[in-house]
Design a protein around this ligand. Sequence first.
Ligand code: GMT
Length: 368
Amino acid sequence: MRIGIVCYPTVGGSGVVATEMALALARRGHDVHLLSYDRPARLRRGVPGVRFHQVAVTAYPLFRYPPYDLALATRMLEVREEAGIDLFHVHYAIPHAVSAFLARSMGGDLKFVTTLHGTDITVVGSDRAYLRPTRFALEQSDAVTAVSHYLADETHLVFGGRTPVDVVPNFVDTERFRPGDRRPWAQRADEERILVHASNFRPVKRVADVVRAFAIVRKELPARLVLVGDGPDREHALAVAADLGCQDRVEQVGMQDDLDRTLAQADLFLSASETESFGLSMLEAMACGVPCVSTAVGGVAEVLGNTGRLAPFGEPQALAKAALAILRDPALHGQLAAAARQRAVEHFGTERIVSAYEAIYARVLGRP
Ligand code: GMT
């Protein structure tokens, strides 16, 4: 098939999933065209079968807000004409699904599948300004998918259940994200436990709560917190670490091309999110054999199963307690680590999930 994929290029989960989809579909022999305003972070150059098409938006003094959605609709039509696209798969509803509908209205029969990732429904899609166009674009989509049952339910709640939603979870490359050569802490000279958190440091991720939970763990055990990623709350999180006197044990390593290696060195992944429709970084940690301790929000329980521990949102002390229970007990840690890896491989491997998307494409195109 000739498939157009539309996504945000940033380090956020939806862009990562869209890019990994593009790479996996190309490996399966599809001709893939990726559209975004910048080259997505995980898209290497020169990958056979994947072409990147930049969407340029013209600045003009009158435009306080340059109309990206219009430029994207035009680019979708151009790419369709150039490459003979069979179907577009848009990741994140706003404004991508609206642009796809506009492209169809301007250019005739154009099929598109919309994948909902999280805040496009839970935050942005339920904002009065965006609700009606988002609902309309979902109704116009040839198929709508959500990355968890939680998000599918939220979508029905917000939009009144008029659109059928297929649940297709996110996936992980279990060859790249795999356990490293890390020895259990009891066999390391300093017995230091390495905790890791990876995100885009937006307020919804509550990175300061991750630091607060770590500060409690740190008082009980030798430990270090590695913060991967960057975003608006970085300074706040580091200030909280300084306030709590653990800044020398908190390492901020920024964006990482080799996240797989960093995760594979960790003993535990910590997440304090206020909402998380899926939690892709946690899945990547699980594939590396790293147990996760997270707030019990959104679709996290669907991802973790019983391979990690959940604590109520907004209670860093409860997160710390759950983390300590694992980090004090090498046998429990080993058992959860093995179960996490097994769950990632059995339920969330790339081939399994990409096949599910292919089946949806075939259904939409009437080519079973
Ligand atoms: O940042 C993004 O690209 C999207 C972002 C969001 O806030 O919607 O992440 C969402 O999509 C990821 C990939 O499907 C999920 O793993 C995240 O859980 C989800 N984030 C939230 O729901 C907050």
